[in-house]
Ligand binder design. Structure first.
Ligand SMILES: Cc1cc2nc3c(=O)[nH]c(=O)nc-3n(C[C@H](O)[C@H](O)[C@H](O)COP(=O)(O)O)c2cc1C
Length: 147
């Protein structure tokens, strides 16, 4: 997945261990070390690496510590996969990423940033409406009610 950032630079996302749609690599550690080193030459706006799949060992290929890719990435590094506010703040404090991206929490909470800011409760995501298309489960979760 490639995202445009401004008009001149692009950011890029890698999913080293994500087994979605039967993706599998025989040696993801070697493949993604090679890829990140190669991408370092391109002055990317950011490199976004999802840790998705690391919790399902072996499905996407032999497991390795995806977080290591941060150490060889020479640019802005965004992590993702199963983070909540506390876990995200912890990786940022430890400088294990420059930013954390949220998928499901944002899907279920269109005002996620304000909820984090206020330490408000989050809507519970409904997995049954993932990947089905249409707007249900994508654009109809409620925002916080004004007090
Ligand atoms: C409904 C849904 C659709 C998604 N579609 C894509 C996609 O098209 N491409 C992709 O790389 N990741 C996709 N993802 C994965 C998310 O980008 C994210 O990596 C994943 O949900 C883990 O992050 P999270 O724990 O913050 O949700 C999707 C996730 C969900 C729940």
């Amino acid at each position: 997945m490639v995202k445009v950032w401004g008009s001149e630079r692009v950011g890029l996302r890698l999913s080293p261990l994500n087994p979605f749609n039967d993706i599998k690599d025989s040696d993801p550690q070697a493949t993604f070390y090679y890829a990140v080193n190669a991408l370092n030459l391109f002055n990317l706006a950011y490199l976004h690496v999802t840790e998705m799949g690391a919790e399902a060992p072996g499905l996407g290929g032999p497991i390795f510590n995806v977080k290591e890719l941060r150490d060889i990435c020479q640019g802005i590094y965004i992590t993702n996969g199963g983070y909540d506010k506390t876990k995200a703040n912890t990786v940022l404090e430890k400088n294990e990423a420059d930013a954390v991206a949220f998928g499901v929490p944002y899907l279920a909470n269109p005002d996620l940033a304000s909820r984090f800011h206020k330490d408000a409760k989050l809507n519970i995501p409904n997995e049954k409406t993932f990947y089905v298309g249409e707007e249900k489960g994508y654009t109809d979760y409620p925002t916080m009610s004004p007090r």
